[in-house]
Design a protein around this ligand. Structure first.
Ligand code: SF4
Length: 232
């Protein structure tokens, strides 16, 4: 099956499964979304949503966040991965929003990516979800699924992003990004499952890919079994 045909069918399945796409990170405006997305690196959205109520209570605006000492930010977000670096970045980010952008979140990829702790994926999420600009944020989960579904042979998230943008209609990028995340969370365990039984991989993954994953799963099972065996 051609890549374009797969994309059409996958798009139909995801639209049926996820007709609405609520944004998983709690926020009230572009600024709080930017902060939440920055905090979500290397941690789950659920964890981020646990710390942001207090953070946004103390610092609902760039002005208030710039006034909050790094140590206080760290205390609030301590339960998240990479908390010390994130606390410093948030503090700097608040200052830069005030100095360069009049306290507003900029609406361009280049300006967003120039902010501390904001990479292309974070900028893409903000452009898509805060400003409705078509973007296709690709994280490692989407990268892995796109490879399994045969929509890309990319070895980097940048390559995968290009391939996904080429194969899906531009007006659907923003919702597909969320739909693929929802599908991955709901259906795709990290390892140890049957690709042939899956509602997408079952027909979209190549035979070669299915065979490779079966071999890899077998090796993992054997390794685990060996490590459980008591030494003679
Ligand atoms: S087999 Fe299905 S559940 Fe597994 S990775 Fe593929 S899409 Fe996800």
């Amino acid at each position: 099956m051609k890549r374009a045909d797969k994309a059409v069918r996958i798009h139909q399945i995801l639209d049926k499964l996820y007709p609405t796409q609520p944004i998983p990170l709690d926020h009230s405006d572009p600024f709080t979304l930017l902060v939440a997305v920055l905090l979500s690196a290397q941690t789950t959205d659920v964890r981020v949503n646990m710390v942001t109520p207090e953070l946004f209570r103390r610092a609902p605006t760039p002005e208030a966040l710039a006034q909050l000492p790094v140590a206080d930010i760290l205390t609030i977000i301590r339960s998240l991965g990479l908390a010390p670096a994130k606390a410093k970045n948030l503090h700097k980010l608040a200052h830069l929003l005030l100095e360069r952008h009049g306290g507003e979140v900029p609406q361009s990829f280049a300006e967003l990516e120039a902010l501390p702790g904001v990479g292309h994926k974070t900028a893409s999420v903000v452009m898509a979800q805060a400003f409705g600009v078509p973007a296709f944020p690709v994280d490692t989960h989407i990268h892995r699924l796109a490879g399994r579904w045969g929509l890309t042979r990319g070895t980097t998230v940048e390559h995968t992003e290009r391939d996904l943008k080429a194969v899906f209609p531009r007006e659907a990028w923003n919702r597909l990004h969320l739909q693929i995340i929802f599908f991955g969370r709901e259906h795709c365990p990290a390892r140890g499952h049957d690709l042939e039984a899956c509602m997408i991989c079952g027909w979209a993954a190549t035979k070669r890919r299915i065979a490779e994953e079966k071999r890899a799963a077998k090796v993992t099972r054997q390794k685990r079994a060996r490590s459980r065996k008591p030494a003679a």
